[in-house]
Design a protein around this ligand. Structure first.
Ligand code: X8Z
Ligand code: ZN
Length: 485
């Protein structure tokens, strides 16, 4: 009920956007048409060195590659939710949108305690260690004042401790990049970035990275807290920052990602190298065992971030492409939204969501008008990047056990790719980097092969799939059990 309350409250904030959004769509389309595109969605799909139609079918192909793996994770998660919440843990075979520990059900990392395959094998939650560091800073600052502080001063010292911890988290991320042979971030990054939420004004906390002047004034803007999610997001943001620094030597028009999926994949590739051993080495989790159980735990931790995200990464723009091309009308905004949530994610709202709501507006990128297919592409591309870097680092073992942390050869290859920016078609950049000229999910599937086998075994007596999952035909009537897909 607490989760339901938070979910309902947050989604209510989007209601007033509904009318403005419909008008906004008209205006954006008008601009797109003036630039020669059929609509804004086509304009977005035109940025991939192929026709918009070809790009759309590429995304279908990629989804077809990863859907079987996603469906297994969805099924396993649903079973565990039902174990915990009983009948309220599922809705027609779908996952209730408010129960994944994430406001948009886009990343299920916060369900770790519920979903950890072998909870007693090696801790993987970095939150407690980060929180302890922050508290130790606070205690040190307080002690330096003789321990006798007023409320006002306590708050101020608490903020200093928050900032110190946020910066120390960012230093750890920087160190990873430096270990690959990249430069230290300029002083201006440390003095001008926003690391924690200011107290005196309202800010957009959604994390972002900025190339302020194309001459080295790079910054991030975040509201960092000592938790898993923010820790990995810093590595993500620094991926953008190191891309800026690498391509800023090029002429202005080439100062961009090879495509926008590349930009989102740079830092995430680094995150794949944050293995349990790496987390142990930097002092954030305890000693790690080497066993099949430990492997499955580590795989599940990554899958809750990266596999759970795949259909979400796809459906946001499936909705917007439809909105921009007029096939989704304002009168059906919410209906179409939840139909796509059901079809791709197998996620359902906890209560009826009619057209009096505007649930798409509750996701930052919709009102901010930031295209989203980039994250879907990045989610797949990053495994191709990772495999290429592992190979450059001379790793020959299973892909999921590789870390290229500290490897100069991998760093050199990565930097060479970053320096190309948008100076040539992305296919050429990808080929020079990985030997492939297509985005392809086989690297992702290779990485998750141990988990997929494990999930198959876990789910073997379950009826997986859900109503509204059209993969194997039309939805079944409400009374019959969910279709097996
Ligand atoms: O928006 C972001 C980054 C900034 S480019 C924090 N991401 C997407 C999201 O939060 O919805 C990263 C993962 C997907
Ligand atoms: Zn990003």
């Amino acid at each position: 009920d607490v989760q339901l309350d938070a979910w309902t409250g947050w989604h209510a904030t989007a209601v007033p956007m509904r009318k403005d959004y419909a008008r906004f769509v008209q205006l954006v389309n008008e601009g797109a048409k003036q630039m020669g595109f059929a609509n804004a969605g086509e304009m977005w799909r035109a940025g991939y060195d192929m026709s918009p139609a070809e790009f759309q079918s590429e995304t279908d192909r990629l989804w077809g590659q990863v859907k079987p793996l996603y469906d297994q994770l969805q099924c396993y998660t649903r079973v565990r939710l039902v174990k915990k919440y009983g009948a309220r843990g599922q809705i027609d075979g779908m996952i209730p949108a408010h129960l994944t520990g994430n406001m948009w059900a886009q990343n299920w990392g916060n369900l770790w305690d519920l979903l950890a395959p072998y909870p007693d094998v090696g801790p993987l939650d970095v939150g407690p260690a980060l929180q302890a560091e922050r508290d130790a800073d606070d205690a040190k600052l307080t002690a330096a004042r003789g321990g006798d502080t007023g409320v006002q001063q306590q708050v101020e010292l608490g903020r200093q401790a928050d900032l110190a911890e946020a910066q120390s988290m960012a230093r750890r991320a920087e160190s990873f990049y430096v270990s690959l042979g990249m430069r230290r971030l300029p002083d201006s990054f440390w003095t001008r970035s926003q690391f924690i939420k200011p107290r005196d004004r309202d800010v957009v906390c959604h994390a972002s990275a900025w190339d302020m002047d194309t001459r080295g004034d790079v910054r991030i803007k975040m509201c960092i807290g000592p938790n898993n999610e923010d820790f990995t997001t810093i590595y993500h943001e620094l991926g953008h920052v190191y891309y800026f620094l690498a391509y800023d030597a090029l002429p202005f028009l080439f100062q961009d990602g090879a495509n926008d999926g590349f930009h989102e994949a740079i830092g995430d590739t680094i995150v794949l190298s944050m293995t349990p051993q790496y987390l142990h080495r930097i002092g954030l989790v305890g000693e790690q065992a080497q066993s099949h159980q430990a492997t499955i735990n580590a795989q599940m931790r990554m899958a809750l971030q990266k596999v759970a995200f795949l259909p979400f990464g796809l459906m946001i723009d499936r909705w917007r492409w439809g909105v921009f091309d007029g096939s989704i009308k304002p009168a059906d905004y919410n209906k179409a939204w939840w139909a796509l949530r059901a079809k791709y994610q197998g996620v359902a709202p906890p209560s009826p969501r009619g057209e009096e709501f505007f649930d798409p507006g509750a996701k930052y990128h919709v009102p901010a008008n930031t295209p989203y297919t980039r994250y879907f592409l990045a989610d797949i591309l990053q495994f191709q990047f990772y495999r290429a870097l592992c190979k450059a680092a001379g790793q020959t073992g299973p892909l999921n056990e590789c870390s290229f942390a500290g490897n100069a050869a991998a760093g050199k290859l990565y930097l060479a790719m970053l320096r190309k920016g948008a100076s040539q078609p992305w296919q050429k950049t990808l080929r020079q980097f990985t030997g492939e000229d297509h985005v392809d999910a086989r690297a992702l599937l290779e990485y998750f092969a141990p988990l997929q086998a494990w999930l198959d075994e876990q789910n073997k007596d379950q009826q997986c799939g859900w109503e509204g999952n059209f993969a194997s035909g039309p939805a079944t009537p409400a009374a019959s059990p969910p279709a097996k897909n």
